[in-house]
Design a protein around this ligand. Structure first.
Ligand SMILES: Cc1ncc(COP(=O)(O)O)c(C=O)c1O
Length: 438
């Protein structure tokens, strides 16, 4: 291992990071290939998190590099306001073909947060263009993460994300109860058995606010960022039925579950429940170029296509919507997913993965292990008075031993690239077992 003089760390204000602690003992990455990162000293770190749930096809994919390079040399940037370019339309068409039937109109953003805010805006504007303008209320869920825009933190349910901006939240937002219930569901294999009835919480909010005031409900099919919270069997179906009964739009935030994470292209297909809008990002470009999207049912899109000719139907967009480089990356990524069968690979590996996840049951401080597709949550008993400290210590020790995991609170989350091989699965859980044993 060589020693390398590091960069000056002062100027960068790091996101979602304990900046002072990090800068005293930095963890730097310098290079990545396949399932692996390498530190500046050349130490190998197995990627158990697909970067940040996004590098689904593995690192360093030459096809994506070539496509982005070609696009950069051909046309670096083009506006998408009142102008268009081939790759934008091609990617929208390819994406629509991956989505559940009827979800076939695509609006591009640059991140998951922007996708969420865009979907919420579309939902509100949709009711308005239909002459149902009283539907202004949005329903999120406790312990949800929908990014960091004001819309996303308003419907989100993470206290730390909300408290500093408490006075600036969107008005008229309410929250369903979360579905995480270890008293009934600890150590579930796949979706937990108990809790479908928690969807009836939406009926409570309908009774409180009246359906005529509610525009949309947004949920993550599997909540990832708050520690792998799985939908109880039947829960999403019940939520869909209640939305249908009351004319409420259902939005699935698939920023994490999209692009093969659960075993199907989208969780909507894996769980057999079709929402009205899907938000996505991350795996859309294999994490290479920032990009997000909202895919809407055609009827939602079509409701906007009215008014005088020449009128802009949805007054919304980003300078970098359908950025040519992101589109090139997206097209090359979808091509890899198709050629290598990666969007269903999680299903093929899921039993092997499940057994490995649950092999951690019985290790010290492990109070739950849970899994779905190529996702795992390992929940630890918090150290009294120091919430999150135990999982962070696991994260730190895993990194020292060459494994990247994610932690949130006292939950360790795993979501490896979908190119993972059984030997990597053994390595991930072998390292975790030895770290937990300490
Ligand atoms: C479900 C969900 N929605 C939205 C976001 C925000 O995405 P971004 O960080 O790209 O803004 C995330 C990020 O992890 C997410 O998990």
């Amino acid at each position: 291992m060589k020693t390398v003089a590091g960069p000056d760390l002062d100027a960068l204000w790091m996101p979602f990071t304990a900046n002072r602690q990090f800068k005293q003992a930095p963890r730097l990455l310098a290079r990545a290939q396949g399932m692996e990162y390498f530190t500046p000293e050349g130490r190998r770190v197995l990627d158990g998190a697909a970067g940040l749930w996004c590098v689904n096809a593995g690192h360093g994919r030459g096809e994506i590099t070539a496509a982005v390079t070609r696009q950069l040399e051909t046309m670096d940037y083009a506006p998408n306001f009142q102008m268009g370019h081939g790759p934008g339309f091609e990617l929208a068409t390819a994406l629509a073909a991956l989505c559940p039937p009827d979800l076939n109109r695509v609006f591009f953003t640059n991140s998951g947060s922007e996708a969420v805010d865009t979907a919420l805006k579309i939902a509100l504007a949709y009711h308005r263009v239909r002459g149902d303008a009283a539907r202004t209320r949005l329903i999120g869920r406790e312990r949800a993460y929908h990014g960091v825009g004001f819309g996303g933190i308003s419907v989100g349910g993470i206290v730390a994300n909300r408290k500093a901006w408490a006075a600036s939240m969107l008005p008229g937002v309410d929250h369903l109860r979360h579905t995480h219930d270890l008293s009934r569901n600890a150590f579930s294999r796949g979706l937990p058995d108990h809790g479908a009835e928690l969807a009836d919480d939406l009926e409570r909010l309908v009774a409180l606010h009246d359906a005529s005031t509610i525009a949309a409900v947004i949920v993550e099919p599997v909540a990832g960022s708050t520690g792998v919270l799985l939908p109880p069997k039947g829960y999403l179906e019940r939520l869909r039925a209640i939305c249908d009964r009351h004319g409420i739009l259902l939005i699935f935030d698939e920023v994490i579950t999209g692009f093969g994470r659960t075993g199907s292209p989208f969780a909507a297909q894996e769980f057999g429940v079709t929402p009205d809008l899907i938000t996505m990002a991350k795996g859309l470009t294999n994490g290479c170029v920032p990009m997000g999207a909202v895919v809407a049912r055609q009827a939602i899109h079509d409701a906007f296509m009215q008014g005088p000719p020449g009128a802009i139907e949805l007054f919304h967009g980003y300078t970098y919507s359908a950025h040519p480089l992101a589109c090139a990356a997206g097209l090359a990524t979808l091509d890899i997913y198709r050629r290598e069968g990666l969007l269903t690979r999680a299903r093929e590996l899921s039993l092997r993965w499940e057994d490995a996840v649950h092999s951690l049951r019985g290790r010290p401080a492990v109070i739950d292990t849970r899994n779905c597709g190529l996702i795992a949550g390992i929940e630890l008993e918090p150290i009294p008075g120091r919430p999150g400290a135990r999982a962070f210590e696991v994260f730190r020790k895993c990194f020292e031993r060459g494994l990247l995991v994610r932690t949130t609170g006292d939950i360790v989350a795993l979501s490896p690239p979908l190119i993972i091989e059984p030997t990597h699965i053994d390595e991930i859980f072998g390292t975790l077992a030895s770290v937990l044993q300490e």
